[in-house]
Write a protein that binds this ligand. Sequence first.
Ligand code: GLU
Length: 310
Amino acid sequence: MQTPASYRGRFAPSPTGPLHFGSLVAAVGSYLDARHQQGEWLLRVEDIDAPREVAGATDDILRTLELLHMEWDGPVVYQSKRTPLYEEALDELQRRGYLYQCGCTRKEIADSAIRTQAGAVYPGTCRNGLPPGRSPRSVRLRVNNTAVGMQDRLQSGLHQQLQTDTGDFIVRRADQLIAYQLAVVVDDADQGINHVVRGADLLESTPRQIYLQQLLGLPTPSYLHLPIATDAGNAKLSKQSFATPITTDDGHHAVLDALRFLHQALPDSPQDASLDELWKWAADHWDTGTIPACRVLPAPAQYAESAEHS
Ligand code: GLU
């Protein structure tokens, strides 16, 4: 008898600060979706962006997940240790003529570019060679004008015409670091991830990731983009805006709040259940059909005030 392909999901936090309510929602959603389907849940620390890393944040995030009794499968994977894999993918794209050096600064692009939902569209200035007098900064990937479509298990599907929606995008940054879009695609494939559950702030990035998967001959996982938690000013809760960290004294409460945020049913007297009982119950009753299919939702007030405002 053929067994169905087994579920493998992941949580991929960037260590730019402690876990806050927004990242907890992504952790809870990806964890329960995996456990509901008897799947594996892997943990990948996206620490490729060293300049944005905050000392101690990785340990802090791992410790919080442990204290919340969210058990991951296998060893934690660190992007910072996987550069050779990313370089291999870049070499292949280079050999096939998809890459070129770009001398534009971020400011020049911001000044001249058209903006779409996906961000500033690169106008193609260096596509046919660096203009005279310019030195190379970043490396870009050529896109074409075929539409890239994606289906999402929650949000409405998305089609992007990469040429007009994003333009050629960066795969190696001006500081020579590997760009997120490339690293995430290489990692998801290398780790055998077939289900991605993450925040809807990454929805607009997904067609670029699918394009890269297609170029590199990698499978496309199924995607579910959860609503992201916003603060009182409608901004995404983020580590950079010093969103209130989840502390483990109120961990039980925070898990219940994350379940409520995702419109999941709760057991009777949820405050009396142990964390392990709560996870078991929540995994059994996990229902993606009740999650609001919107990109943003206000966080409960106690998580929505950033330290900057308080
Ligand atoms: N590292 C990203 C973040 O913390 C998530 C990337 C992903 O899930 O694809 O926002």
